[in-house]
Write a protein of this length. Sequence first.
Length: 453
Amino acid sequence: MSLLVVGLSHRSAPVSVLERAALAPEARGKLLQDAVSAEPATEAAVLSTCNRIELYADVDKFHAGVAELSTLLARHGGAALEELTPYLYVHYEDRAVHHLFSVACGLDSMVIGEGQILGQIKDALAVAQEQHTAGRLLNDLFQQALRVGKRAHSETGIDKAGQSLVTFGLEQLAGGAGVDAWAEGKRALVIGAGSMSSLAATTLVRAGVAELAVANRTVERAERLVQILTEPGGPGAASGLRARAVPMTAVEAELARADVVVSCTGAAGLVLGADAVAAALADRTDSLALLDLAMPRDIDAAIHRIEAAHLVDIESLADASADAPMAADVDKVRGIVSDEVAAFGAAQRAAHITPTVVALRTMAADVVTGEIARLDGRLPDLDDKQRAEITQTVRRVVDKLLHAPTVRVKQLASEPGGAGYADALRELFDLDPQTVAAVSRADTRDAARERTP
C-alpha cells in the first residue's frame, strides 16, 4: 500500500490560513485531474470541509508525492506554498488509513463525535469517482472509512459527546441558555441553501424560531428548502412557521427584521459586510446574533467590533472546541479505529499477492495443458475415458502441490511486512511480470464494473 495524505485542518493551522487555502467547489475536479496527471500519483481524492483540506493519493514515490501534492494544494487553493508548508501534515500507508478512519469517526473534528463528516467523506468519494481518479485503493479506503464511521456511531456512545457544528455554533450564540429556549420565537435569516445551511435552517426550526427567511443565489433552491421545512410532516408544519425564500439582493433588507443570521455559502468573497450590519442595527435597540460557518468566511470579521452584534465564526468555534469535554466512549472508538486499520492493511496486503497467485495457477494450468497435449502425441491410442482420467489426475496433483504454498503465502502476505512474499513467489517460479500486471489490470476493470450502477 502506497497511500499518502497531505493536508491541513483546524488542528494544524490557524483559521486565517485555512481560509486562504480553501478550495472552491469548481477547483476540486481540476485538482484531482492535476494530481493523477503528476508522475507520483495514480489515484486521488480530496476531502474539503469548512475546517480541513486533505488530498489523498496512491503514489509510487513518497518524497516526490509529498512535494507534488503540497504544491497542488497551494496552487488550487490560492495560498502560497511557503505559507502552507509550516501547517501541512503528512501521513503515509497505515498512518494515512488511521487518519481517515479517525476523521470518519469524528475524532478529528472540531466538535468531537459529529456525524456530518460522514456525508462529506461520501461526497469526496463521489467527486473522485465522477472524475475517474479513484481506483481500487481509494474506493476501498473511503468506502471502508464510511463503514468504520457508522460502526463507531452505532456501537459506542460517541454521539452523546458529539453534535453538529451548527448546534455547537448556536450553543455559543445562546451562551448559558439552551438553544431551544434562546431560539424560541426569534426571526431567523439563513444565507445559503447547501447541506450546512439546510442543517442550520432545520435546527433553527426545530428549536422554535417563529419566522425564517432563506436567501440563496439560486432562489429555486431556497424555495425547495422552504417547501421541505413547511410541508406536512416537515419540522415547521406543526408550529405554524412563517417561512419564505428570498434572493440574495434582499439580504440587507432582511437584516432589519432578523434576530439571528446563519451563513454558509460557497462564495469566494464576503456576502455580508460590517457596514450592512451596522446599518441594520442603527434603528434597533436589540442585538443581532450571527453565525458564520463558511470557509472562506461569508461574514466580515469586523462585525466583532460592532457592540450590538454577536458574531460566532469558525475561528471562535475552534477556540471554544478546545475546551469542550470528550465522552468516555472516545476511547472505545479509538479501539475500533485501531482494529479496523489493522484489518484494512491485512486485506490490502493479501489483495496485493492475489494477482501473483492467480498468475502462478494460470502457469500451472498451462503446463498441465501442454503435457496432456504432449501425451496425446506420444500415446494416440488412448480412448476418451483414459485421457480424461489422466488429465484429472495430473490436475489434482498440481492443485495439491500448490494448495498449501498459496494459502500460506496469502496468510504471510497479510501480516505487516508481508509485501515481499509476492516478489519471492515471482522469483521462485519465474513468473512473467507482464502476466501478473495483466491480472491486476483485469481485477481493476472488474472492480470498476462492479461499481458502475
